[in-house]
Design a protein. Structure first.
Length: 299
């Protein structure tokens, strides 16, 4: 049985570790996270372990991704537990750091230059979370340059984030982005670090998000193709006690836009966001071409 994975609390130490692997021509699978790891994260790490000679995970609650200071403060943190979980699935290394250690030069000058996240950030999460995707693109760009991974693994639950990092990887020329199917709890709720903040009644209410998505998928399977009617199905299932809907939208993933499409669709993805109590949750589901939604590697 392997011992605990290596832990570096400074990004520079992690970079030196990764550089040694790269110089030997050995592959690195990378999973960037904000910690509070759950089975969804671990499924990504297992895939990274299986497909690469080495695997590493970053744990960093990135302030640049939060537009709400209270949400940043409440975000769960437990690095010791995260390391134990990573060691159990065979991860080679985990690293963390502070905003100052990740951006020492920029913080000295008082300014962190933010990356343009591209069109995938438009609408929905981009509209409800001001500056979020600029923060995602900025930290992921830096992490990719620090680790220089062969492959980087992301969960499909954060669909717009996937669009942002795929564009970023094309700009950089690396790594290969591997998008993995959303990991769900037995009742269908998408796994999230935020779920641990839900009480029992709130968790039951939160199932409205996945129920709305699967209702839209069922309608699609029965032949429904009208974007407006599919959107109405989402809203109908999200209109329940305890759930404060922020959006329920349909998009053509091949023609992404901030504005909702209309008319008949050949391909569709449903995306939802809602607050349950004080916890904000998101989820999404491919409606058409289901054979493309099974942990497909893209980019």
């Amino acid at each position: 049985m392997k011992g605990p994975c290596a832990l570096f609390e400074n990004p520079l130490e992690a970079t030196l570790w990764c550089r040694g692997m790269c110089e030997r021509g050995e592959s690195i699978g990378f999973v960037p996270t904000m910690g509070a790891l759950h089975e969804g994260h671990l499924s990504l790490v297992r895939r990274a372990v299986a497909e690469n000679e080495h695997s590493c995970v970053s744990v960093f609650v990135n302030p640049l991704q939060f537009d709400n200071p209270e949400d940043l403060e409440r975000y769960p943190r437990d690095l010791a537990s995260d390391r134990e979980l990573l060691s159990a699935v065979g991860c080679s290394m985990v690293f963390t750091g502070t905003l100052e250690s990740f951006f020492p030069d920029a913080l000295t000058s008082g300014d962190i230059p933010l990356r343009d996240p591209g069109p995938g950030a438009e609408g929905m999460e981009g509209a409800f979370r001001s500056g979020h995707f600029e923060g995602v693109a900025t930290i992921c760009g830096l992490l990719f340059e620090l680790v220089h991974p062969t492959r980087a693994y992301f969960g499909e639950k954060d669909y717009q984030q996937c669009l942002v990092v795929e564009r970023l990887a094309r700009e950089l020329g690396f790594p290969k982005i591997v998008i993995c199917e959303t990991s769900r709890e037995p009742g269908g709720l998408a796994r999230s670090s935020r779920n641990q903040r839900l009480g029992p009644a709130e968790k039951e209410q939160a199932h409205a998000l996945s129920r709305s998505l699967f209702a839209a998928r069922a309608a699609w399977a029965e032949g429904e193709r009208d974007a407006t009617r599919l959107r109405a199905i989402l809203h109908e299932h999200l209109d329940v006690t305890g759930v404060e809907m922020e959006y329920g939208e349909i998009r053509d993933p091949e023609r992404w836009s901030a504005e909702a499409p209309s008319g008949v669709l050949r391909r569709a993805r449903a995306l939802v966001a809602a607050k349950v109590g004080l916890v904000r949750l998101i989820d999404n589901l491919e409606l058409g071409l289901l054979e493309d939604a099974q942990g497909t590697a893209r980019g």
